[in-house]
Design a protein around this ligand. Sequence first.
Ligand SMILES: Cc1cc2nc3c(=O)[nH]c(=O)nc-3n(C[C@H](O)[C@H](O)[C@H](O)COP(=O)(O)OP(=O)(O)OC[C@H]3O[C@@H](n4cnc5c(N)ncnc54)[C@H](O)[C@@H]3O)c2cc1C
Length: 463
Amino acid sequence: MNKDVVIVGAGPAGIFTALEMIRNGSNKNILIVEKGQSIEKRSCPKSKTKYCVNCKPYCHITTGFSGAGAFSDGKLSLSHEVGGDLPQLIGEELAQEMINYTDQIYLDFGADEHIEGIHNDEEVKEIRKRAIQAGLKLVDCPIRHLGTEKAQDIYYAIEQYLIENGVEILFGYECTSIILKDKKCLGVNIKNNKETLEILARHTVIATGRRGADWFEKICQEHNIAHEPGTVDIGVRVEVRNEVMEKVNNVLYESKLIGYPKPFKNKVRTFCQNPGGFVSQENYDNDLAVVNGHSYKGKKSDNTNLAILCSHNFNEPFNQPIEYAQKIGELTNMLGSGHILVQRFGDILDGKRTWQKELVRSNIKPTLPDAIAGDITAAMPYRAMINIINFIEAVDNVVPGFASIETLLYSPELKFYSNRVKMDANFNTSVEGLSCLGDSSGWTRGLMMASAMGVLKGRDLSK
Ligand SMILES: Cc1cc2nc3c(=O)[nH]c(=O)nc-3n(C[C@H](O)[C@H](O)[C@H](O)COP(=O)(O)OP(=O)(O)OC[C@H]3O[C@@H](n4cnc5c(N)ncnc54)[C@H](O)[C@@H]3O)c2cc1C
């Protein structure tokens, strides 16, 4: 099969590349290869089974049209300070301009006009004052909240638009390798359970997301594609009653706090806050179960969850951050018998595990019912655990009650950000004819920045 452009991965980065090419009137023929299903065929059985059945061959939460975006709660971060390091590659001004432009595309496809976190000046000042007193930085970030169910409608509309405009999408096909000749990328090899195909293309775009991170790292090593070890974030998902978070939820929706707690002074931050949300589980292809969180626009729980993450980088003599985090995840999964572990903050401070029967003694009821009560400290590295404990205690000054005995900590919360692929400002790799976008490039870690990166690549490919 011959194409002008082949895009591997139908996550936000991949689909916005194709979308922007069409919006620019490009008549190049475009093929998207996606190992999951179309958005209308994606469904997580957990809503019926109530527990994760570890779908094979892939997890429906993260795989299929719109990637990890479809079942995420669709919080679009509208600031270039949040969602990745793209500004370092293209400059802050262009990054913000692209975010504004991409936001308008989401609006055109039906996103809610309302933006969270831009009002309540006096109350924001009060929260910032308390953050300063606690030694934390409060990052300003307007948020457009699509909501999990609405995000699916928006991405469905985009899927139909792409198909109507002649983009071919091969669902259920996995890219196994890239085709290289004389240091030039000529396309990709793909397969499904019936056949193997060779796709030749003038330009190949890899946009395989976080799930494709270790696969693409191997491709980079095999073909000498310039890259450097990325970062992994290791942390926990914290869950408290809405009453505790009421003020920040109402004023900011998402409180982006950053601290450098003693004694290590490593960067620790909050991430992905879900007021009235639900803690969720996602499974990687290698059976690793990790915790996440999301919230619906309509359906609300009594709890708020958010991640607390510590970034880890390595260089000499060990430079395999993904493997490091995987080992922590495997150890935690082992202690939870394959499930997510949950522990009360008070039990961590008391040096004891949490027992299942103790969970019902609290005001808070876990929104991930199949999480197993246990001891996350038995698997979490000392440094990360101390960072998390001290950070939670600092946040308690901003959000009184955050460090209460009953506060729930779920583990493992791991963010694999891929190796950082070395690229120019048009996202061309060191191999001619090959670009890499979104979370698999190591330059983004959120819906908006991955989408904006796709838009820029789409403009470049339209030329
Ligand atoms: C539960 C959850 C909640 C989230 N909530 C938010 C949020 O509220 N706000 C936010 O900004 N971000 C959120 N994120 C992160 C966000 O979804 C990602 O940053 C974003 O989707 C990255 O886009 P991407 O296109 O780079 O990759 P992805 O969205 O991961 O898409 C990559 C696609 O490539 C496909 N693929 C992978 N390997 C192959 C292969 N070899 N062959 C063919 N196809 C392949 C995958 O199936 C997938 O569909 C959340 C993530 C999760 C999992």
